[in-house]
Write a protein that binds this ligand. Sequence first.
Ligand SMILES: Cc1cc2nc3c(=O)[nH]c(=O)nc-3n(C[C@H](O)[C@H](O)[C@H](O)COP(=O)(O)OP(=O)(O)OC[C@H]3O[C@@H](n4cnc5c(N)ncnc54)[C@H](O)[C@@H]3O)c2cc1C
Length: 548
Amino acid sequence: MNKPVILTVDDDPEVLSAIARDLRQQYAKQFRIIRADSGQAAMDVVQQLTLRNDTVALFLVDQRMPQMMGVEFLEQATQIFPEAKRVLLTAYADTDAAIRAINVASLDYYLLKPWDPPEEKLYPVLDDLVNDWYAHFHPEFQGIRVVGDRWSADSHRIKDFLARNQIPYRWLDIEQNANAQKLLDSAKVETPCLPLVLFADGEHQSKPTNLQIAEKIGLQTQATNPFYDLIIIGGGPSGLAAAVYGASEGLRTVMIESEAPGGQAGTSSRIENYLGFPVGLSGGDLARRAVTQAKRFGVEILTPQEATSIRMENDYRIVTLREGSELTGHAVILALGVAWRRLRVPGIERFTGAGVYYGAAQTEAIACEGEEVFVVGGANSAGQAAMYFSRFASKVTMLVRGESLTKSMSQYLIDQIDETDNIEVWNHSSVIEAQGDDRLESLVIKNSKTDEAQTFPAKSLFIFIGAVPRTDWLDGLVERDEKGFILTGSEIRSKGWMLKREPHLLETNVPGIFAVGDVRHGSVKRVASGVGEGSICVQFVHRYLSNL
Ligand SMILES: Cc1cc2nc3c(=O)[nH]c(=O)nc-3n(C[C@H](O)[C@H](O)[C@H](O)COP(=O)(O)OP(=O)(O)OC[C@H]3O[C@@H](n4cnc5c(N)ncnc54)[C@H](O)[C@@H]3O)c2cc1C
């Protein structure tokens, strides 16, 4: 944490350096002593300190300064740092002004110049004030701050990106948090430029892309090697497992992830069936551990970077990223997983990010504290989300198309939902329209049994209605089934396999390109199976490489 600040202001250079010297001598260990030679210069310092998330413990300010008097400065500065102690330095002739300032600027003390010897006339007073300040001081959160409007899709994107990449941040809602407006004023940013992201070093970015944020906070976004033995595309459980096994067995390995390592599993609030974790673990924890493990073996993880094409040159497989750069390797593992299926009913598209969310339970749950939320879906992901929301929301309504949860959800989750008072399950229910102005305000829900449609007020809707592969970009190169899942192993013998040898298990129709996890045709859509496939695939990569 940065040291709290003592800011001293005086337009007389000699007095300023004398007071700064005395302050340093007594307080430099605990405080940063900053000086300014005018009220305006001091206000600039105050704005900078706000942007850096620093705290001021004490203002020690000369009263008689041209342009801005000490009291005037204190009035303005203490609106930004209301907890700071305020001391005015006055000449004898100004004592009346100082006494008036006790009320106007809530002055804590006024000191007469000169203050020699400081041991008698300065330190006892200031010691008392800073001790008092410390007693009520709650250290500010020092990391990234995001200022924005809760109902903006960009705010949601940035929060989701930071949360899923496990980067601590503080959210300041412009409508709810008084400090949010002060930060905008300090950064001289207007509301249309929101969201604003403020970094610990005082820099800020308005409406940044995820890549800009990643570069600023030091995530690796570019490859460092001209060549890799193994390029893994996708950083969910199957990609991470492949990365750990690949690098631990000596392959130069790079993994490309477009959103955040952890994939779908990373969005799960509690995975209860993964071997070795009897009380379950969150997807975030699983992802963090796997990333640490992969990095320990030397895997390069590029995030957020999206692969957009693959081409072949002899034995080389060249992967192009969305921003244009290329990575060259011998083998590629496609661990692309699946993405949420979109709900295609009127209004949903318009309010996505502004009350309508896909997955995202963990990012938005706290914002829903005390509110009612709707969850669409009847499978385990919807059940986990409902359980998670029940800790924050006043009520969770699950909208399930079928006649019950039994066909689509694990029994342990059904039992948990039954036992949770603030979750209601509405069977036979589908959303047929989302309504609102600039954010979701109500839902039209139809009961398929009665054929009746009713409108309910709604602020937040979370959709978990299955998933589809995102493999269109592999058109013309990698064989897929009619739904877009990738064919592998024996499935591709009749699909233009040209080599004499049999395709390896998990190998696609392109020699040296493999597919694992949820994106693979016929895969079991579970964390453990993805991890298993990612791990064993590396054996087949070795076999492929040994014959090059
Ligand atoms: C909310 C939820 C709860 C779940 N709970 C459980 C559970 O309790 N137990 C269980 O066993 N399973 C659970 N699952 C299922 C499990 O998470 C998945 O089976 C597993 O994550 C699949 O892993 P994967 O690596 O194959 O794919 P994914 O996890 O989908 O990861 C694929 C990754 O590839 C990235 N990607 C895609 N295309 C590109 C590209 N072109 N360039 C770069 N990166 C790309 C994506 O951003 C993503 O991060 C749950 C799923 C969800 C959504």
